[in-house]
Design a protein around this ligand. Structure first.
Ligand code: ASC
Length: 151
């Protein structure tokens, strides 16, 4: 019974944390997919940045909604960086993504973890918490871009 519960929990956790697996007919589709996911994430992250930086008024409910979307979107782009997707459509992705896969994954894992914290921070309804978590997440965006995205 205990074993069954553990297996059921593991299955539930896997379902909750892993995105639905994406499948691409051609490299161009994978490239468009990852760019689209990153673009949508950036749009919602930008709204949080505007609040964190005081460019728009803090709206706790909007912050929570945007942060939840960022955390969901942060799971998606990585499936679009599979083997053979270094070319096939215009891309700023650098070859090091495929020659340093473990390091690239450290970056994507860090971003996912940061966005989970960002969503938790937004749920507190406290602007200072949002600012702190926003800053940490922005640093993760930047670190990966500095290493793996062409200027
Ligand atoms: C954003 C966005 C990024 C990051 C990055 C953080 O809002 O679209 O790519 O923040 O600029 O340094």
């Amino acid at each position: 019974m205990k074993t069954l519960a553990v297996v059921a929990l593991a299955a539930a956790v896997t379902t909750l944390s892993a995105p639905a697996s994406a499948q691409f007919a051609k490299p161009e589709d994978a490239i468009k997919y990852r760019q689209s996911a990153l673009f949508v994430m950036g749009q919602h992250f930008g709204r949080l940045g505007a609040m964190a930086n005081g460019r728009i008024p803090f709206d706790a409910k909007a912050a929570q909604e945007n942060a939840d979307i960022v955390a969901e979107m942060a799971k998606l782009p990585w499936a679009g960086f599979g083997a053979g997707t270094d070319k096939g459509a215009p891309t700023k992705a650098l070859p090091e993504i495929w020659t340093q896969q473990a390091k690239f994954k450290e970056h994507s894992d860090k971003l996912e973890a940061d966005t989970v914290k960002l969503a938790a921070a937004a749920k507190t309804g406290n602007l200072d918490n949002l600012k702190t978590a926003f800053g940490a997440t922005a640093n993760s965006c930047k670190a990966c871009h500095d290493n793996y995205r062409a200027k």
